[in-house]
Ligand binder design. Structure first.
Ligand code: 13P
Length: 235
């Protein structure tokens, strides 16, 4: 089944989240595997809502003197089963490097979570024809020492397409996603789902999903509106 994941980023209060879930439940036809990545403060609104959900960020250590951080055991207690690692906003706005991202991937998988590792090139790298070099390096470093890909997913999110309305052309996304899937199949000898992220919307989603190596989406802006997100889930 197609995997459609929402990444709410820093949006929605608890009141907003409750209203969203009510509206979304009226629209959802159960035609996709849906995952909600939401802010820490609304995670427990999802605890008994009947949807798979996860955190947008976490600290790789189980506990310790890390003021302001949230650990995987804390997330598990709320019913979280999934986590994001390596999102471009964590990389570029918060200075997360491949070493830290790799620690997060290892910790998440090691503690039984499903991990979505995000990769993607910036505009200048895209224009310089370096997309695959960048993405392969992020994969190699982010997945260093990962032995078992059972609970792993990758989201290919070209940074220039995130929040810009400038979605990747389906054939361009397909070309990168095919290389990612081939690389993963060689590295792990199994199929790992690869999602596309970056201005995915109901009106461009169908052509992207028609590509052989696009297994679903990681959706930012269009996931904030229950009708739009439900429309993406129905594609
Ligand atoms: P947009 O869908 O808003 O471009 O965001 C994509 C994204 O960053 C999902 O993680």
């Amino acid at each position: 089944m197609t995997i459609i994941a929402a990444n709410w980023k820093m949006h929605k209060t608890r009141k907003d989240a409750r209203a969203y879930l009510e509206a979304f439940a009226r629209q959802d036809k159960g035609s996709a595997d849906i995952i909600f990545f939401v802010p820490y403060t609304v995670l427990d609104v999802f605890t008994d809502a009947g949807y798979t959900f996860g955190a947008e960020n976490f600290h790789p250590e189980e506990k310790g003197a890390f003021t302001g951080e949230i650990s995987l055991p804390m997330l598990r207690e709320l019913g979280c089963t999934h986590v994001l690692a390596g999102h471009s906003e964590r990389r570029h706005l918060f200075g997360e490097d491949d070493r830290l991202i790799n620690r997060k991937v290892l910790a998440g998988l090691g503690q039984g979570f499903h991990v979505v590792l995000c990769v993607g090139e910036q505009l200048k790298e895209h224009e310089a024809g370096k997309t695959w070099d960048v993405v392969r390096t992020q994969l190699e470093r982010g997945l260093d020492q990962v032995k078992d890909a059972d609970r792993l997913m990758i989201a290919y999110e070209p940074v220039w397409a995130i929040g810009t309305g400038r979605c990747s052309q389906p054939a361009d996304a397909e070309q990168v996603q095919k290389r990612i899937k081939t690389w993963l199949a060689e590295r792990f000898s199994k199929q790992v789902p690869v999602l596309y992220g970056g201005s995915a919307k109901p009106d461009n989603g169908k052509d992207l999903l028609a590509q052989e190596h696009v297994d679903g989406f990681l959706v930012g802006g269009a996931s904030l509106d229950p009708e739009q997100f439900a429309a993406l889930c129905r594609l």
